[in-house]
Design a protein around this ligand. Structure first.
Ligand SMILES: O=P(O)(O)OC[C@H](O)CO
Length: 886
């Protein structure tokens, strides 16, 4: 009894202490809540790049240029002093809060035989008032959507905390005997399902789009085979469309979902430590359901587990489960029917066969999705297409998204809510795609393979998973805002997307093509495609900025940037803490808490001994050595990828500084001889813009609604605050500025760039040299991949090459260079990065691809473009990348 009283007293004291701490932090303008309101968000003027990008100041578009004029010129002594003061306040408050927390937390002992793993808990599953003082909320939607930003939120945002959905015992209030004995079964039986999931195949088959497509196919066959009987062909085509929808459609059943939901408690409970979601985020989505518009869930795709996690979480929260577009590679015995019963509908990875547009297939798919939307059903699909092999988000594809946009523009739906999702895994069940990064073909999904994988899973420990649902937004608002931004009057978009008039769409009337051709995916006008692409980029950007960083991500990143040669546990733990604070200061949330040493040991165990070898130094310290050679390095690079995203923009700026200042870290001399190096701002901006454009398939660094110069300026501000860059006094002369790089000028001249404006790179202090090295290392692997690709492209000067052969020879070249230690980072030989590099060179119009004789059945060839300035552009690009690398 006494013990209970004592404990409750301690709990009360803790709670009071946390509240006081939260108040102190609130007055110091620190994140004191999980979901800041717009005002507080903006007040954090020295907050992260992501936050600044999303800040409301961008909404005032007329004032944007004005502010640009003043941006860097206002980064004078006064601003820096203010910034430093705020920064100091922020740090002091954080320290106060941590010290407070430390006092309240029982110290954990580090146990090297990893027994502590059994007790290791990541922090989030605690009461709300214990969390609010330090947990970051990420993922406010873009200021382009002020209505969504203001209205799609929850009143209880400050009270709600994270929930471990694997542990639902706490959800059963006043449990009866049955609930105490069988909590998971009881909980599963209590899930409500007032929802109906109708079979829509008939509506699809009789839809005008499918009918048109069938008619067109019949027409074509009759033209090519005049003797064929029309009725017979019609019957065949109709049967074919029926077959397609039967093979495609989902078949959701409440009982299957419940049974599966119950089994998942058991299965995931065995292999995971926790699966966390934010209650408020789910409450927001629940509220959206009441509004009657369809909800579109769009997770970043990392694992096959993504398919079921989102459905499962929604089921747990008594929400409608979504229809999930799955690749038909998963439509295999046992797995296929299970996925179908959980809402999976199967689509071909390639919509067309033998290079020919399959009109019926496209029309069935589009009609099916449209019917679902009209029914108010929720949809889920992966806009990246497949799973990421590098750990970075893939550049989004617009295909399925264009159906949603199309449905809105055709007024089939009045609105839809877009919900980006990011799922962070501490350890991926599929492994880290090492074989595929080495160029081996993907193992095809099979029943036996799945059974083996499941059995294998039972022996594994896959740590923690965190699912983030950033703030949803309205599709209608997005389209309206996009149209205003781009001066598009809605009807201008319509020719490609308007509903057909008597089966014939306006754009195609003259060519007598029916609606099924004009409205099918991908066959839309440039404006419509740009709109869909912009939407897709917003979604990926939002998800990436909201990705929670797990312990394995932070450790892998440290090992690949700072400690490639290895480090002691103490060194790692200190850097881990520093990096964690830095990441938080960029307004990114982390999925762990506790003593750094414990977390490092835990994360090292999660990464595995193949990746991280452990030994002891002579004085008995634990020493970790990462595997940085091929192929094991891909495991670390996969895990570190989410963190590289946080610093990518600063890394771009630092790389641009090396180019614009024409210097490298290896030749700055010793600290006695060093002086700062001046860089012309104009050149720095131009080079940064080129790098943003070049790396766009690796990182979406800015969106169409943002000004790239704002983003660059934000990153510059951070580097100035970090003292890596300085704003010189006016009399400082330009010492080593390099030639102009107008060859790369991508947009209009920036008005606000003032000639003779210079920035100084702080190379006189050792500490800043270390920081520069750190930023340089962030993009080093990507830079090397792009460099090797740009150099390899020169082989096309002699003759064009088949795309597949070109890719193989490029990949072999990159692997060979890595094996012969000619690269600084062997992970630069990753196949996915090389593919992106080729794509980027194509995008920059340095290379092009074509089919011989224009026949799509012939293999694709890669060719170097022969325009006058292409060679020069290629050499300039190589020069830029070499400066970044040196
Ligand atoms: O990553 P992939 O290419 O194996 O595709 C994964 C998709 O989820 C298949 O449906």
């Amino acid at each position: 009894m006494m013990i209970t009283t004592k404990m409750s007293n301690v709990a009360i004291m803790n709670s009071i202490a946390h509240r006081i701490c939260a108040r102190i932090m609130s007055s110091a303008n620190i994140h004191t809540h999980n979901y800041p309101t717009g005002d507080t968000w903006d007040n954090e003027c020295f907050a992260s790049k992501g936050q600044r990008k999303y800040s409301d100041k961008y909404m005032n578009r007329t004032n944007r240029q004005k502010s640009q004029n003043n941006r860097l010129s206002h980064t004078d002594a006064k601003i820096i002093e203010q910034g430093k003061q705020r920064w100091q306040d922020k740090c002091n408050s954080l320290v106060t809060s941590r010290t407070q927390k430390k006092k309240e937390t029982k110290p954990q002992t580090v146990n090297l035989n990893v027994d502590f793993l059994a007790n290791f808990k990541i922090a989030p599953v605690v009461k709300a008032d214990q969390l609010v003082s330090y947990r970051t909320f990420m993922g406010f939607t873009c200021p382009c959507f002020p209505e969504s930003r203001k209205n799609i939120t929850s009143e209880n945002i400050l009270q709600d905390s994270l929930q471990n959905v694997l542990n639902i015992r706490s959800e059963l209030r006043h449990p009866n005997r049955f609930e105490l004995l069988f909590p998971y079964l009881a909980y599963s039986l209590q899930r409500k399902s007032p929802y109906v999931y109708p079979d829509l195949s008939l509506s699809v088959l009789i839809s005008s789009r499918v009918q048109d497509a069938v008619q067109q196919n019949v027409q074509k066959t009759i033209e090519s085979e005049p003797n064929a009987k029309m009725e017979k062909i019609l019957k065949i085509e109709k049967q074919r469309s029926k077959k397609i929808i039967d093979r495609m459609k989902a078949c959701i059943s409440y009982w299957s979902v419940s049974l599966f939901g119950y089994s998942l408690f058991k299965f995931l409970g065995l292999i995971l430590r926790s699966l966390q979601v934010h209650r408020s985020q789910l409450n927001i989505i629940k509220d959206l359901e009441q509004k009657g518009h369809p909800i579109i869930f769009l997770p970043l795709h990392k694992s096959h587990l993504d398919y079921i996690i989102v459905t499962w979480i929604l089921w747990i929260h008594d929400m409608r489960v979504p229809y999930v577009a799955a690749g038909d590679n998963l439509n295999i015995p046992i797995i296929g029917p299970i996925l179908r019963a959980l809402g999976g509908f199967f689509i071909r990875r390639r919509l067309d066969t033998n290079g020919k547009r399959d009109l019926i297939y496209r029309s069935v798919l589009q009609s099916y999705m449209q019917e679902l939307l009209q029914e108010g059903q929720s949809l889920e699909f992966f806009i990246e297409g497949g799973r990421s092999r590098s750990g970075k988000a893939l550049y989004p594809k617009g295909g399925l998204l264009s159906v949603i946009v199309d449905s809105f523009l055709q007024s089939c739906i009045q609105d839809a809510y877009i919900v980006p999702i990011s799922i962070s895994y501490e350890k991926l069940m599929e492994g880290n795609f090492i074989d595929e990064q080495m160029g081996l073909p993907k193992q095809k999904e099979s029943v036996w393979g799945t059974i083996r994988a499941l059995l294998h899973l039972f022996y594994g420990d896959y740590g923690n998973i965190r699912v983030e649902f950033p703030q949803p937004f309205s599709l209608k608002e997005f389209i309206e805002s996009y149209n205003i931004d781009n001066n598009i009057v809605m009807p201008n978009l319509l020719p490609a997307l308007t509903p057909p008039v008597n089966g014939v769409s306006p754009s195609s009337m003259s060519s007598s093509l029916s609606s099924s051709t004009s409205l099918c995916m991908f066959n839309v006008s440039k404006e419509a495609r740009d709109l869909v692409q912009s939407l897709a980029e917003h979604i990926v950007y939002s998800s990436v900025c909201s990705t929670v960083l797990m312990s394995t991500n932070i450790l892998a990143f440290l090992l690949l940037t700072k400690y490639r040669q290895g480090a002691t546990l103490k060194e790692l733990a200190d850097s881990f803490k520093e990096l964690t604070d830095l990441v938080k200061s960029r307004n990114r949330d982390i999925g762990f808490s506790g003593k750094s040493e414990d977390i490092v040991l835990y994360a090292a165990a999660m990464l595995g001994s193949n990746v991280l070898k452990r030994s002891f130094t002579e004085i008995g310290d634990v020493y970790f050595k990462p595997a940085i050679s091929l192929p094991s390095v891909f495991s670390l690079s996969y895990n570190s990828a989410p963190v590289t995203n946080v610093f990518a923009m600063e890394s771009v700026i630092v790389g641009a500084c090396f180019y614009a200042g024409n210097f490298s870290l290896s030749d700055v001399g010793n600290s006695m001889q060093r002086t700062d190096i001046s860089v012309k701002r104009e050149e720095l901006f131009a080079a940064s813009q080129v790098l943003c454009q070049l790396f766009k398939f690796e990182y979406i660094l800015s969106l169409g609604c943002m000004q790239i110069d704002d983003i660059i300026t934000d990153a510059l501000d951070l580097l100035v605050m970090d003292e890596v860059l300085r704003i010189p006094a006016l009399e400082v002369t330009n010492r080593s500025s390099k030639k102009g790089i107008d060859i790369f000028s991508l947009g209009d001249e920036d008005d606000f760039l003032q000639t003779n404006n210079t920035l100084m790179v702080n190379t006189s202090q050792d500490e800043c040299i270390e920081k520069l090295k750190f930023y340089q290392q962030v993009l080093m692997p990507v830079c090397e991949s792009y460099l090797v690709t740009a150099n390899h492209v020169k082989t096309l000067m002699d003759s064009d090459m088949e795309e597949e052969k070109f890719m193989t020879s490029l990949h072999n070249n990159a692997k060979e260079r890595a094996q012969r230690n000619l690269t600084k980072c062997s992970e630069s030989a990753a196949q996915e990065t090389l593919k992106n590099a080729v794509r980027a060179l194509h995008d920059l119009r340095i290379i092009t691809t074509y089919h011989r004789d224009g026949d799509k059945n012939n293999p694709k060839l890669v060719s170097l473009l022969w325009e006058n300035d292409v060679r020069q552009r290629l050499y300039d690009l190589i020069d830029l990348l070499e400066h970044m690398r040196e």
